[in-house]
Write a protein that binds this ligand. Structure first.
Ligand SMILES: Nc1nc2c(ncn2[C@@H]2O[C@H](COP(=O)(O)OP(=O)(O)O)[C@@H](O)[C@H]2O)c(=O)[nH]1
Ligand SMILES: [Mg+2]
Length: 283
């Protein structure tokens, strides 16, 4: 079970009154975002008084933060007569390929089929990694040659998904190219090509963020939102990190709702984001 920052704070003040300066410093490190932290401190101070006990502060903070989390959104359901297209974006190493495989496995547990597109053609190892997941899960992967055009791979994968009457097409993308400009151009091209096959696609664009990178993750989301557009986020590496505060900052500052969370490297270490469970287990 992950160890959240609120529990850490409560332990820190165990057996002594809460020191508000210390609490402010701790909350500022919690990835909630400065605006939210300061507002939360005001509320805590106003309602718990000066000699507040740690557990009262923890309880109240959890209540207040829960109100700032993204809502629980309906599960992904197939579209009638065409594949639902999901694009995974984000910088290198955040967990895109792994999360894509985990999502395909979850969709299958729900009874839905997928085709995977190996759209990170920048490195051969990235394609091999997705193919290995596909073999393990017995889910088809469409690939191109190393350095081939990822938009062409996604295009072919779309046709394959249609041919197989798959419910979902999940497209992996590169997180690193020679320049950020190249990367954003490439994502734009993938979106354009998919949009020609189905004007509403990609239906979802999920940024994959590593929870342990805190404010960097927020900055990545800001940039990808501006240039690629985002419908949600997948927050990975929440296992043991205690860094769940970023969920609040993403929602409050960027209106990017976290949709799924990753809590390990295994196929099942992946869940739908649910605000109540999250508040109880990750804060
Ligand atoms: N502990 C942990 N590791 C993860 C999680 N998600 C991904 N990883 C690991 O992070 C590393 C990078 O993942 P990968 O999917 O290759 O990232 P990508 O470069 O964005 O495609 C791999 O070693 C994954 O096993 C998670 O939720 N928890
Ligand atoms: Mg990858």
């Amino acid at each position: 079970m992950a160890f959240g920052f609120l529990r850490g704070i409560a332990e820190k003040f165990h057996g002594r009154p809460v020191d508000w300066d210390e609490l402010e410093a701790l909350l500022l490190q919690s990835d909630l975002g400065v605006k939210t932290t300061l507002r939360l401190l005001e509320e805590l101070r106003a309602s718990t008084g000066f000699s507040a006990k740690a557990d009262a502060v923890e309880r109240l903070a959890r209540e207040e933060i829960t109100k700032l989390l993204p809502p629980s959104l309906p599960p992904l359901l197939p579209l009638p007569g065409r594949p639902q297209v999901i694009l995974m974006v984000g910088v290198n190493g955040t967990g895109k390929t792994t999360s894509l495989a985990k999502l395909a496995a979850m969709l299958r547990r729900d009874g839905f089929s997928s085709v995977l597109a190996a759209g990170d053609t920048f490195r051969a190892a990235a394609v091999e990694q997705l193919v290995a997941w596909g073999d393990k899960l017995k889910i088809p992967v469409v690939r191109g040659a190393e350095q081939s055009d990822p938009a062409a791979v996604c295009h072919n994968a779309y046709d394959e998904a249609v041919r197989q009457k798959a419910d979902f097409l999940l497209c992996d993308t590169a997180g690193r190219l020679h320049t950020k400009h190249n990367l954003m151009q490439e994502l734009a091209k993938i979106k354009r090509v998919l949009g020609r096959r189905d004007a509403d696609s990609p239906h979802e664009i999920f940024i994959v963020l590593d929870a342990t990178t805190g404010s960097n993750a927020l900055e990545q989301a800001r940039q990808f939102k501006e240039t690629a557009g985002l419908t949600g986020a997948i927050l990975t590496k929440l296992d043991g990190s205690g860094r769940g505060g970023i969920v609040v900052a993403l929602q409050q500052e960027l209106e990017v709702p976290v949709r799924f969370i990753g809590t390990g490297e295994g196929e099942k270490d992946f869940s739908r984001f649910d605000p109540r469970t999250f508040a109880a287990e990750m804060l």
